[in-house]
Design a protein around this ligand. Structure first.
Ligand code: 4AD
Ligand code: MG
Length: 441
């Protein structure tokens, strides 16, 4: 009941049939006797070559949106292993054309330039490739979790707490209506507004983990694929103010090896899934080896013994910088590494102790990207007076028939940058990136 997409067409091409193709003209070559147009509808990587007469081609222009009816034929170049099929156009309908100032020109466009046109960059081959990989990645993650009895659930995005305790929250307030005016200069006392709606200050979630824990303590294995919001003022290639996170929580797990095992199997399953879907990246093969596992203390020793003063090796107790992480993944291990058992003082309140001064935390560090996953085993019990304000419900949850449990969060945009390999900034992996100082569309 829907028009055929190029994706479906390429799955079962039947030469000799008449087909309708809908899409955008990605390139155009006109000569005296014949004209070639590459048309893509963005549903798959492969565009279709449309062959027209110069008369028909008069209505075609670069960037235009079109409907073309024609006969699918095996291309003469097929023997060379190039363009397998082409469409001999019979009828061309033009939906729309682009203006002279259309920013998406054929010449090499930089990612920085394209970022200034997020509403249009999806029409480039590279960006639509990345967004399709994003869609298949989410499916691949879900496929592993469903197979292993995880239940997809939906914790709230509006919360009254700061799960990570880093103070990087966005405050949410109703827009203060005064009369009929919607002039934003009238936003007067945000605190008042914020408190009056929910009765206490309310934020956009930085992580749904605490709610997910409550749900795991009733459904055993749960996950959510959720937006998360952080008011981090970091202008790096791996931070967004709005990002998506796969958050997974499991009851009845007792060891760190079980937790890291789930993460490793999940990502390896995803790569197999993507390969079956026809994706290939050279650096994926190497990932099928067993991943490394070290403690934070071992990581500090490796950095101290690196002989690289420029690395500024950290003292035990301080956090690893992105340079430290990159040394471990790109230079020392040349692959993913789990770092476990971090100092208690640099981790959030909910993590289970693993020694006098460490907690059962784990970070998965991967080449190019750095930290991809953060997780931990969770505390067995926390007294109400020990939880951050507003989290008395969380303390009560742990007091009612708690079980050993743990979980993790995996950043979707960082995962995509890692999978792509040549995408160096998470801003290219999300359609409309938000980061400090920039909301375009
Ligand atoms: O390490 P984080 O802060 O862990 C948590 O939030 C836990 N509560 C998750 C859990 O256990 N359920 O964040 C998890 C992951 C990071 O490893 C990173 O991949 C991603 O989320 N992430 C970001 N991605 C893009 N932009 C940001 N500003 C990010 N902050 C975290
Ligand atoms: Mg983290």
């Amino acid at each position: 009941f829907l028009p055929t997409t190029l994706k479906t067409l390429w799955e079962k091409p039947s030469p000799g049939t008449i087909v309708d193709v809908h899409g955008w003209v990605r390139s155009l070559r006109k000569s005296k006797n014949v004209c070639f147009a590459m048309v893509s509808d963005g549903t798959c990587q492969q565009p279709i070559q449309v062959v027209t007469t110069p008369e028909q081609a008069q209505s075609l222009s670069y960037g235009a949106s079109v409907k073309i009816q024609g006969k699918l034929e095996v291309s003469q170049k097929a023997a060379l292993g190039k363009q397998q099929y082409e469409l001999l156009a019979q009828k061309i309908d033009l939906y729309g054309t682009v203006n002279n100032d259309y920013p998406i020109q054929k010449k090499n466009l930089t990612t920085e330039f394209l970022r200034q046109h997020p509403h249009l960059r999806v029409r480039t081959a590279k960006q639509s490739d990345v967004f399709r990989l994003r869609s298949d990645t989410l499916e691949g993650l879900r496929s592993f979790l469903t197979k292993n009895d995880f239940i997809e659930t939906n914790p709230p995005l509006l919360t009254s707490s700061d799960c990570e305790g880093a103070g990087e929250v966005f405050l949410v307030a109703p827009y203060p209506k005064k009369g009929n005016s919607t002039d934003s200069s009238e936003i007067s006392n945000v605190d008042d507004q914020n408190s009056s709606f929910f009765g206490k200050p309310t934020f956009l979630t930085v992580s749904t983990q605490l709610h997910l824990e409550a749900l795991a303590l009733g459904m055993a294995r749960v996950y959510t694929i959720t937006p998360a919001f952080r008011a981090e003022n970091s202008h790096t290639s791996r931070h967004l103010a709005e990002f998506w996170m796969l958050e997974v929580e499991l009851a009845f797990i007792e060891t760190m090896d079980t937790l890291t095992g789930v993460v490793e199997r999940l990502i390896k399953h995803l790569i197999q899934y993507l390969k079956q879907k026809g994706y290939h990246r050279d650096h994926w093969n190497h990932l099928m080896n067993e991943w490394h596992r070290i403690s934070y203390t071992e990581a500090i020793d490796i950095l101290k013994n690196s002989g690289k003063a420029a690395l500024d090796p950290p003292a035990w107790g301080s956090d690893l910088s992105s340079e430290h992480e990159r040394y471990l993944t790109d230079v020392y291990f040349r692959g993913p590494v789990f770092v476990t058992d971090y100092p208690t003082a640099i981790k959030p309140f909910y993590m289970k102790p693993s020694s006098k001064d460490t907690v059962a935390a784990m970070d998965l560090l991967v080449p190019q990207v750095g930290e991809l996953v953060g997780g931990s085993l969770r505390k067995d019990i926390i007294a109400p007076e020990e939880v951050p304000k507003g989290l008395e419900w969380y303390s009560e949850t742990l007091q009612q028939a708690n079980t050993p449990h743990g979980g993790f969060g995996l950043g979707i945009e960082r995962l995509l940058a890692f999978l792509e390999g040549d995408v160096t900034n998470v801003r290219e992996t999300i359609p409309f990136p938000r980061s400090s100082g920039s909301i375009f569309a």
